[in-house]
Ligand binder design. Structure first.
Ligand code: ADQ
Length: 462
């Protein structure tokens, strides 16, 4: 067990909310729980743009008292910071790069400068508040160079990093201009955590190509530094999510969906609109189902919930248009006056309603082209009714596929494969559905988000 007395400093792009239980999204809950256990600081962007931006003073808000008090500490950004650091380098360079989409990289040297500048200012502002013995845990691709900046400010504490998105093989990573500088920046961390074995192995291969030598199963010596490089697959609070699916609010959402379905079966997809999620390919997979297995006509509906994300970027607007076009076409060609094959909504749902909708669906369709983990896959399973569960159809390229081997694993690039996966799920006998559900659920409960956090902090708190 990690030493609960060392103060924890969490760094992530957005800070809070400090909520627990099954209500909020995965990352926020995991961080809030870690801080509630040992107290500490949660540091990141305030969400505000101001003229002074990263030059402004840290704003703090203290919750609780004594050793487990939590301080939320935030800084503003300027519009320029946000455009270069967040929209530019983080989301138009690192996001596509890490998702193996080098064709979508839009690299501008000034965005890289903005990225480094924001990392540097955030790190130097934080450095003044770091005490000896604090453990620092940095989250995600916004802050790859954060530890390097802290080291320059003479912070010698243990600093860990967790990447929520995939990490590609060396040939892909090296497409990044000045990739070697980025690797060197990452070496300032003590622990590099990834979602899957595949991601961790990609990092180790990159380090080995730079002369690194493994010193143990998860340790490597490279350019004079000793690091832990390891997979820590992120998880959900599966028990709470299962309970949430049985609450009254969830039941109301479930009943509403079932009334509308009128005896038909539902397939559900839930994703932020993003090219990594494979949404147009998924819609084409459903179309193929109706073509290849016409017995599903009038009997199955596909509900896609896809809230917009980072809507300012053109790529996202284009996907949305494409989805509207495909669903219009499919509904026109296959639909009937009393049957709409694809329902597509961009509205966000309360988590309890989401849980009810998962439960109302015989098939959970999770087919990203590339995904760090994918928590929707885990939520879908956790929400199922134990004695009549639905079936998860899962992309081989979601990090979740490494653990969720009882799902029906499909290739998201193939509409035929998706169609076949759905058809198998729709036809599956109850006993087999229960067997698969039980195996998946057992693993979700054992490896929940608390276990995830403890295993990471144990590695960091050496
Ligand atoms: P995301 O790419 O955002 O996360 P995911 O893991 O699926 O992807 O998490 C999305 C979360 O948002 C889920 O908890 C889901 O329930 C929620 N959500 C989505 N649409 C919603 C809606 N309309 N209403 C309410 N809630 C909705 C990144 C990485 C993933 C990685 C996570 C965590 O891209 O690969 O699993 O971080 O590390």
């Amino acid at each position: 067990m990690p030493d609960a007395h060392r103060r924890l400093i969490v760094v992530s792009n957005r800070v809070g909310p400090l909520v627990s239980g099954g209500k909020a999204g995965g990352l926020a809950v995991a961080m809030a729980d870690a801080l509630q256990e040992r107290g500490g600081v949660w540091f990141g962007w305030s969400g505000d743009l101001s003229e002074s931006g990263t030059w402004s003073q840290i704003r703090t808000e203290v919750h609780g008292e004594g050793p487990t008090a939590i301080t939320l500490a935030t800084l503003d950004m300027t519009e320029e910071d946000h455009a270069q650091f967040y929209e530019g380098y983080a989301n138009r360079v690192l996001w596509p790069l890490m998702h193996y989409r080098t064709d979508l990289i839009d690299y501008e040297p000034r965005d890289e400068e903005g990225y480094r500048r924001v990392n540097q200012r955030f790190a130097t502002r934080l450095a003044a508040h770091v005490r000896p013995g604090d453990m620092i845990w940095v989250q995600d691709y916004h802050y790859l160079t954060f530890a390097q900046q802290l080291r320059m400010a003479e912070i010698n504490n243990r600093i860990g990093f967790f990447l929520h998105i995939p990490f590609p093989p060396p040939d892909v990573f090296n497409v990044l201009p000045r990739a070697d500088g980025m690797l060197r920046a990452l070496l300032a961390y003590d622990v590099l955590g990834f979602q899957t074995r595949r991601d961790a192995d990609n990092m180790i291969a990159l380090m080995e190509s730079e002369g690194g030598e493994r010193t143990g199963e998860d340790t490597i010596h490279v350019m004079g530094r000793d690091l832990t490089v390891k997979a820590f697959p992120i998880a959900i609070d599966a028990r709470s999510f299962a309970e949430l699916a049985a609450t009254e609010e969830a039941q109301i959402a479930q009943a509403r969906a079932e009334r509308l379905l009128n005896g038909r079966q539902q397939i559900i997809g839930v994703d932020r609109i993003d090219y990594s999620k494979g949404l147009p390919e998924r819609f084409m997979g459903f179309k193929k189902l109706l073509e290849d297995y016409p017995e599903n006509s009038g009997r199955v509906s596909f509900l896609q919930i896809a809230p917009p994300s980072r809507g300012t970027l053109d790529a996202y607007a284009r996907i949305r248009e494409e989805l509207e076009q495909i669903s219009g076409h499919v509904n026109g060609r296959f639909g009937d006056i009393d049957w709409v094959p694809i329902r597509f909504t961009t509205r966000g749902q309360p988590r309890s309603a989401l849980a009810g909708l998962y439960r109302a669906s015989r098939v959970g369709l999770v087919t990203p082209l590339r995904d760090g983990m994918n928590l929707v896959a885990k939520e879908y399973v956790a929400a199922q009714e134990p004695d009549d569960p639905g079936v998860l159809v899962l992309s081989q390229f979601a990090g979740a596929a490494e653990q969720m081997t009882e799902a029906l694993i499909v290739n998201p690039y193939s509409d035929g494969d998706i169609a076949e996966g759905i058809q198998t799920a729709l036809r599956m006998e109850k006993t087999e559905r229960i067997d698969r559900y039980q195996a998946l659920m057992e693993r979700l409960v054992t490896n929940d988000v608390n276990a995830w956090r403890h295993s990471y902090l144990t590695a960091l708190d050496r």
